[in-house]
Design a protein around this ligand. Structure first.
Ligand code: R5P
Length: 291
């Protein structure tokens, strides 16, 4: 097995290779003046099982294209199998037609990367696991929630309340609660399909003066967790922390979340950011050992 650490996940890819004790092939990368990507594998992969590590965080479209180009390069050089490790799978939230005329973006991407040479895909906390069922590839969805919950446990947050900011994240909150040992619950969220505006309904929780950790898969604008934090404040919660797998944190999202009374935002290195305090390398290398 050889690891190819794509430009979007160079550090994570190299870390995974180190944990597995296998070679990490370097990728020479440059952007042409017109914006096109140029990539070259700086090592042979003939006869090898190749693992491409390339997240698809912003700039999503360029990173997806680079993943496809790397798969093509690996197959062209004689790789026998190409597994794409894509910790953050872009476009996963468009996993069905919500309004007439829309694409199922995530399915279109799956067909594109398969056509380029990807045989199987490993991702982490994809927005909805059911979406993977229609993929034309073998897929595996890993969960980083236990790692995030362990981070808080090590910091002394055992017994904290794990909150899902919407029903879709309830499974995540339950998973976190299994590690933290506290209670869990969820809020009711509504998003306007045209404006994108989020509103969250108040629920009855016994959280007065309790420490609450809000767990979500993605934080993009921060609107969802900010709305949740406001409700927690109204309900008299004590300390509020936020954890997510994929810290997109668009613009000044982190600052606005902290301004809403949250003490700390924690994410993984699925997307490299200031809050990426939990590495996915042990989780992904563990899966690749079984692969
Ligand atoms: C959507 O249901 C996801 O699980 C996240 O809650 C959402 O993507 C977060 O987006 P934002 O931070 O922009 O509210």
């Amino acid at each position: 097995m050889k690891i190819v650490a794509g430009p979007a996940s160079k550090t994570l890819g190299e870390e995974i290779a180190k944990l597995l004790g296998v070679e990490a092939i370097n990728v020479f990368f440059k952007a042409f003046p017109d914006g096109e990507s140029y990539l070259r594998l700086e090592g042979g992969v003939k006869g090898e099982k190749v693992v491409l590590v390339q997240t698809t965080s912003p700039p999503q479209d360029a990173n997806i294209m680079q993943l496809a180009l790397l798969a093509d390069a690996a197959k062209r050089d004689g790789a026998v199998e190409v597994t794409a490790v894509v910790p953050y799978l872009a476009y996963a939230r468009q996993d069905r037609v919500f309004l007439p005329g829309e694409p199922v973006s995530i399915e279109a991407i799956a067909r594109m990367i398969k056509a380029a040479g990807v045989d199987s895909l490993i991702t982490v906390n994809v927005h909805k696991e059911e979406a993977l069922k229609s993929f034309p590839l073998k897929t595996k969805n890993l969960s980083a929630i236990p790692l995030l919950a362990e981070y808080f446990k090590r910091k002394g947050f055992e017994g904290a309340f794990s909150l899902a900011p919407d029903m879709g994240a309830l499974g995540i909150a339950m998973e976190a609660a299994r590690v933290l040992g506290g209670e869990y619950g969820f809020l009711e969220k509504h998003r306007d399909r045209y404006t994108g505006r989020v509103s969250v309904e108040k629920k009855k929780f016994e959280i007065k003066n309790k420490t609450v950790i809000i767990f979500d898969d993605i934080i993009s604008t921060g609107g969802t967790v900010i709305a949740a934090a406001k409700i927690l404040k109204e309900l008299g919660a004590g300390r509020i922390h936020v954890a997510c797998v994929h810290p997109l944190l668009v613009g000044d999202a982190e600052r606005r979340i902290l301004d809403a009374g949250v003490e700390e935002v924690v994410g993984t290195d699925s997307i490299s950011s200031r809050v990426s305090k939990v590495s996915l390398a042990p989780l992904i290398s563990g899966e690749l050992k079984e692969h």
